[in-house]
Write a protein that binds this ligand. Structure first.
Ligand SMILES: [Zn+2]
Length: 257
């Protein structure tokens, strides 16, 4: 390794003063400033770390979670980022998910069934938008899968504008018993630029939540109310640079394991 003499002197002094191995000091100084947060992508990854996955961070400015591996039992890794050589991809909420309304409990869901005349309700006005959107994105892993699907669609498009439609049912019972299964559907629209083996992708994904509250007998209450729709909308920006060759890429629905 060709080491700058100033850097070597600094590392040597650290060795004399604190016994810090010289090679370790040099490596710290020569690591690129930027890194990509990589997770193991299994169900053991904590949601706060899944949220950081595929994002580029600066070694001098740790995210609120700290750097990868700094928390007990964290198996995440910091992969040095070199533009044009390192993949990254992430979706980031673009709408404010904060609600000024009181959060509905199961009691309010049932009450609306009897007294709401079938009027639909929006996740924002019942104070559930953030929980549903985050449950979908991180607990159900939908953002990561969507990153893979967007990358695959970009590979087929190669260059220019493209779109990708998605739709799946998820169990949102962890947010509120009354939700049970809901559908999240939407569309990604964006563009891709193919440059020396890399695809640079940018765009916006729009999400729509659909559910019906219609089965109160399961809750053990009297019949006689009106079913009503639960709706919701949010969006997220996508940014990514992925290998054009799917076989080399971490971002593809086709990868195994
Ligand atoms: Zn972790």
């Amino acid at each position: 390794m060709n080491v700058d003499p100033t850097l070597y002197r600094k590392a040597f002094q650290a060795y004399l003063r604190r016994g810090t191995p010289i090679e370790w000091s040099i490596k710290q100084e020569t690591l690129p400033e930027l890194y990509v947060w990589r997770t193991r992508e299994d169900e053991k990854v904590r949601p706060a770390h899944a949220m950081n996955a595929g994002r580029v961070f600066n070694r001098n400015e740790p995210p609120s979670t700290g750097h990868p591996g700094s928390e007990f039992n964290c198996r995440c890794e910091a992969v040095s980022f070199i533009s044009g050589h390192t993949e990254f991809a992430y979706l980031e909420f673009d709408t404010s998910l904060a609600s000024a309304y009181n959060r509905w409990t199961d009691v309010e869901f049932v009450s609306h069934y009897y007294f709401g005349n079938g009027q639909s309700v929006d996740l924002l006005e019942i104070g559930h938008l953030r929980e549903i959107a985050e449950e979908y994105a991180w607990e159900h892993g939908a953002f990561r899968r969507l990153c893979d699907q967007i990358a695959d669609t970009a590979r087929r498009a190669r260059q220019g504008k493209f779109a990708y439609d998605f739709r799946s049912a998820y169990d949102f019972g962890a947010v509120a018993f009354s939700h049970g299964n809901g559908i999240v559907l939407g569309q990604f629209t964006g563009s891709v630029l193919h440059e020396s083996g890399m695809l640079r992708i940018n765009g916006l994904a729009k999400f729509e939540f659909r559910d019906m509250f219609e089965d109160p007998l399961d809750l053990g209450i009297e019949p006689g109310g009106s079913p009503y729709a639960i709706t919701g909308n949010w969006s997220a920006l996508f940014r990514g640079e992925v290998f054009a060759n799917a076989e080399r890429s971490d971002y593809t629905s086709g990868r195994s394991g």
